[in-house]
Ligand binder design. Sequence first.
Ligand SMILES: C[S@@+](CC[C@H](N)C(=O)[O-])C[C@H]1O[C@@H](n2cnc3c(N)ncnc32)[C@H](O)[C@@H]1O
Length: 188
Amino acid sequence: MRLTERVHHDLKKYVQLGDGVVDATSGNGHDTLFLAQLVGIEGHVFTFDVQLEALEKTRQHVEQHESIAPIQYIHRGHEYMQSEIAKRYHGRIRAIVFNLGYLPQANHTVMTVPHTTIDALQQSTSLLCQGGVISILAYTGHIGGRDEAESIKKWLLTLGDSFEYDIEIPKNTRASPPEYILIRKIDL
Ligand SMILES: C[S@@+](CC[C@H](N)C(=O)[O-])C[C@H]1O[C@@H](n2cnc3c(N)ncnc32)[C@H](O)[C@@H]1O
C-alpha cells in the first residue's frame, strides 16, 4: 500500500459523516476529495493552499467526482488556519491532513517550510476535537525536506499528555523515504 493510501485508510477509522475536517495542503486535491467523500453533505471541508493553481486543480478534481460536501477553498497559508476557520469549528475539527512539500508537476520552489508548518501544527492541536487526528506526510528527498521532518519530530516532543503519536518510516524503499506521522488527541 502506498503511504498516501495508508493515510486514507487510517483517516477512515476516525472521520465520520457530518464532521468538520481540514486539508492543510490542497495540492492536486486528492486529500480534499477523499475528506469530502467521508464527511458528506452535513460535513465541512476547509482546504488551504498558497497557490491559486493548486486550489484550481483541487476544485476541478472535486468537480470530476461525486462529492456533495461543502468545501471552503482558502487561498492562504495553513499558518493562518486558526483565523480562517470559523470559531464555531474550533475544538470540533475531526481531522487535519498535512501532505507536505511541493505541488508535483508545478513550481517546485513553492514548498512547505518548517516554521510555518510548525505554526500550523501548533494551531491544529487546539482546533482538533478530542478523539481527532492530525496526519502528516513529510517528504525528505528534496532540499529542505529532511529539516522539515526533523523539526516536526522535535515539535512532537513538546506535545502534552493529551496527545499520542506514531511515526512510520517505510524500510527498504529508497534512500530518503517519506515519513508518516499520525497524532491523536486523546479522548479524556
Ligand atoms: C505535496 S502538495 C499537497 C498534495 C495534496 N494534499 C494532494 O492530495 O494532492 C503540497 C502543497 O502544499 C502547498 N503549500 C506550500 N506552502 C504552504 C502553506 N504555507 N500553506 C498551505 N499550503 C502550502 C503547495 O503549494 C503544494 O500545493
